[in-house]
Design a protein around this ligand. Sequence first.
Ligand code: 1CP
Length: 339
Amino acid sequence: MSSIFIDACYGRKVPRTPIWMMRQAGRYLPEYRALRIDHRMLELCRNPALVAEVTWQPLRRFPLDAAILFSDITVPFLALEIGFEIAPGVGPVVETPLRSAPQVAALSIDEMQGKLDFVAQAISLLKSELKVPLIGFAGAPFTLATYLVEGKPSRDYKTVRKMIYSEPHLWAALMEKLTDVTLSHLRIQAAAGVDALQVFDSWVGVLPAATYAAAVLPYMSRLWKGLSGLDIPLIHFGVGTWHLFPQIQSFKPHVVGVDSTVSIRAAAAGPLRDTVIQGNLDPACMFASQDVIAASVRSVLEEARGIRGHIFNLGHGVLPETPIDAVSQVVDLVHKGLD
Ligand code: 1CP
């Protein structure tokens, strides 16, 4: 498949900037909300035909340059037999938060592949029909740990941060297991035929650089080494990670996704000079007038003008209730490019 998205991931010259949006499937689409009336979120994720349908929904409306598999970073918890649900309007909620050595020791990562067969089936269905690349994804070990240890979405990740400093052996044991979980989750998707993989370390930006170096980087380096045999581009994404860019660049992702607070130009001239950059329109701007949206898109494109490689995206996911016309306008503007 020839694709400007894949070419851009490898830093090859492309005729225009490719675009896709994190959370391009989801609650801002009425056809998604309609499906959710009869199906819980995890039920959608486990049903290959419904996964394919939801993945397709944004592509029927907008000429996006890539699709992203509809799933969630917590889906491997199903294979680990961790009791959890995805609570509407909240996010992942774990029945018994994981905070002790016996709980970590009891996590069984055997036979993940068999238990996540529905993921591979959904990918096969999609690959037979999609005309654009399909991005698979997984949560990075730290971000998975935030849900398992805190037990629910958090603002400050206090329990996790306390564990890192006070119980380094427990933390290391948990990260070892979760690195294997992330590796399996990604390998299953690669074997089923996805064209690129994105690793979401969404919340790791809360850690100081020295803590990341000691408590996260060794596992991310092992993860990236474990993926090096795959012949597809690998994307890293995290929020608020400017201070971590040198360490993130050290394991050599093909692409680094950046949030809306990052100056793409400054990152490309400094700590991300060796990678392609993905981002970073503020998703909130899509609630404004057409003029404001146009100026905001232009500003991202101008920041990225002349850098090694750029994939247009938002700084984080599409917000629920984003006007559909705004999404459409952004895609069209990026396709037209700067004059
Ligand atoms: O319908 C609903 O109520 C469910 C809302 C929802 C959706 C649509 C959740 C719960 N997850 C998803 C899908 C999802 N999750 C995708 C779909 C593919 C796409 O179109 O992009 C992806 C890529 C994810 C990945 C994900 N899940 C991340 C990483 C991306 C990010 O936003 O940083 C994270 C952190 C999660 C956890 C999660 N799952 C759901 C929510 C609301 C959350 C975040 C909770 C929190 O704030 O901590």
